[in-house]
Design a protein around this ligand. Structure first.
Ligand SMILES: NC(=O)C1=CN([C@@H]2O[C@H](COP(=O)(O)OP(=O)(O)OC[C@H]3O[C@@H](n4cnc5c(N)ncnc54)[C@H](O)[C@@H]3O)[C@@H](O)[C@H]2O)C=CC1
Length: 521
């Protein structure tokens, strides 16, 4: 259950199955009636022109690896869905974009749009990447479970199952098509795409896989659409992405691809992109695509941990417990996530706790190069690991390492609300030396009688006593909501431990594991 929930990258979530993406009602707009607005396939390359995969200018790593077989983009043999004009969806009346079979309730006619790009992304279901198969060889299939869902969802999942083992090739080919056909889009992506290159495709594939679950998906896609504004993504980019997607699937889903599945993908992609475009357009009315933020202080707490404080160039509204995406001037278009380490402050400053990790471009730049006066860029706030002020429940907080940052913000939030709710913080670190923020936490404890802070330093001799284990020794926790923040392993074992002692999943909150993995450098 835990795993399944996180396949769909919700930025932040509770541990309940339903909690991955909480707002299923805010479907951005219209549905899909079968028509797409991007050209599903290109006609064969005209004589004298260069086929996409081998054209000069394609980035090496994005180039399909089997170049000896120049990719052929087949001519559609059926009426192709019309190209729709794209534009802002802000002025549209929101309608459900979901296929009728997936709609929670009947909604008015759909009405698509466009836009796209990536952010921290969900992971395709299969992570196994076996060796490439020699061309169209049907795979030995072990898929006896009955297929469920709408007809489109079934077709889409069939395609996904077929391309999963060659995900790397699909990814390379997808980006090759995209950049060869639309070189102007290359500048929206980082110069080196090693770590990031497949985020966009992964997001699209994961979204497609979950099309039958609008409650889970809508909020995710809306978040994704809003988040893409900072990359410079425009509605007009979406058709290009759709064409590259269809092109890549056409090439690698050799046994399951046909007109029917292509039509299903066109509808699915149209729906996905429409939600993203609408969300971006709505967001455009109220928020900038990004904020500039000047570093005003840089406090090196340990040789590899810094507390970086910035002043945004315009008001930056957020909630304690949320996080943002951050780009440094040293690594353009490489974005990483950091939680706000304080609740909103009257002076508008924002603080982040950054640990330089081996080979971490952004984290090392922030810890070792950033100085007051440097200007960063921030994306919009995200995440729902926020305090529920509608309840009197206590807060049981587990912060591991720099994961203490949002926990501190939560404590400040409770203090600002003037509530006397019990807050119990367990602060875990590898050694005393790594408790870099203990002074602040103890000061908060001194100021607030409702707050208890306990430190749990790893017991190297008895590895068993890690942060989550320690929590079991206290309690009872019946009247507490739990908040976990730290390394992925801590979140996993923490959730297990807390559920084991009877805290229901829907009262356990933490950032999504995908987000954490994506933020790990
Ligand atoms: N900087 C930020 O704003 C935020 C950072 N994070 C994440 O927090 C992590 C912090 O990394 P470090 O400081 O290097 O932490 P770390 O690796 O030093 O671990 C800190 C503590 O967490 C606990 N822990 C770690 N692994 C565990 C496991 N497998 N099972 C049970 N307990 C475990 C232990 O008590 C350990 O001392 C990163 O993964 C980061 O992505 C999460 C939220 C916010």
């Amino acid at each position: 259950m835990f795993e399944a929930r996180h396949t769909m990258d919700a930025p932040t979530t509770t541990s309940a199955d339903s909690g991955t993406l909480d707002d299923g009602n805010d479907s951005g707009s219209t549905g899909n009636s079968g028509g797409g607005w991007f050209t599903p396939r290109k006609p064969p390359t005209p004589a004298g022109t260069t086929p996409p995969a081998t054209a000069a200018g394609a980035e090496d790593r994005a180039r399909p690896d089997d170049r000896e077989t120049p990719p052929r983009i087949a001519m559609p043999r059926r009426p192709v869905t019309a190209i729709r004009p794209v534009g802002s969806g802000a002025d549209r009346i929101p309608q459900s974009p979901w296929p009728a079979s997936a709609q929670p309730e009947p909604r008015p006619e759909p009405e698509p749009q466009s836009e796209a790009e990536a952010h921290p992304i969900p992971r395709p279901r299969s992570e196994s990447r076996p060796e490439p198969r020699p061309e169209p060889q049907p795979e030995p299939k072990a898929e006896p479970r009955p297929e469920q869902g709408s007809p489109d969802a079934i077709l889409v999942r069939r395609t996904l199952a077929e391309v999963a083992p060659v995900a790397d090739k699909v990814t390379s080919y997808f980006y090759a098509l995209l950049f060869v056909r639309h070189p102007e889009l290359r500048s929206l992506f980082p110069a080196a795409m090693d770590a990031q290159r497949d985020r966009l495709l992964k997001a699209l594939l994961t979204a497609a896989e979950h099309m039958d679950n609008p409650a889970v998906l809508t909020d995710y896609l809306r978040h994704l659409g809003r988040g893409h504004r900072k990359y410079g993504t425009q509605a007009s980019h979406y058709p290009a992405v759709g064409e590259a997607l269809i092109g890549a699937l056409t090439r690698y889903a050799t046994t399951t691809w046909d007109e029917e599945s292509e039509a299903a993908w066109v509808r699915t992609y149209t729906t996905i992109s429409q939600i993203m475009i609408d969300a971006a357009a709505e967001n455009e009315l109220t928020a900038p695509a990004w904020w500039h933020a000047e570093v005003v202080s840089h406090d090196l707490r340990t040789p590899d941990i810094a507390v970086v404080t910035v002043r945004p160039d315009q008001p930056y509204p957020f909630l304690a417990g949320q996080y943002t995406s951050l780009e440094t001037p040293w690594w353009p278009r490489v974005w990483r996530h950091y939680s706000f380490a304080s609740a909103p402050r009257p002076d508008g400053l924002l603080s982040f706790h950054v640990k330089a990790v081996p080979a971490g471009w952004v984290s090392n730049a922030l810890v070792h190069h950033a100085r007051p006066g440097d200007v960063l860029r921030l994306g919009p706030p995200a995440g729902s690991m926020t305090v529920d002020h509608s309840t009197d429940n206590g807060l049981l907080c587990l912060g591991g390492g720099t994961g203490i940052a949002p926990i501190k913000a939560l404590v400040e939030d409770v203090a600002q609300h003037g509530e006397r709710r019990a807050v119990e913080v367990f602060y875990g670190a590898r050694s005393d030396h790594d408790l870099y923020d203990i002074d602040t936490m103890l000061r908060l404890q001194q100021a607030h009688p409702w707050l208890a802070v306990r430190t749990i330093v790893d017991d190297r001799a008895h590895r068993s006593l890690l942060l989550p284990d320690a929590v079991r020794e206290y309690g009872p926790w019946d009247e507490f909501d739990a908040y976990l923040s730290g390394p992925v392993g801590m979140i996993r074992s923490g959730v297990d431990a807390l559920r084991g002692i009877g805290i229901p999943s829907d009262r356990i909150r933490h950032d999504s594991l995908e987000e954490l993995v994506a933020a790990a450098d």
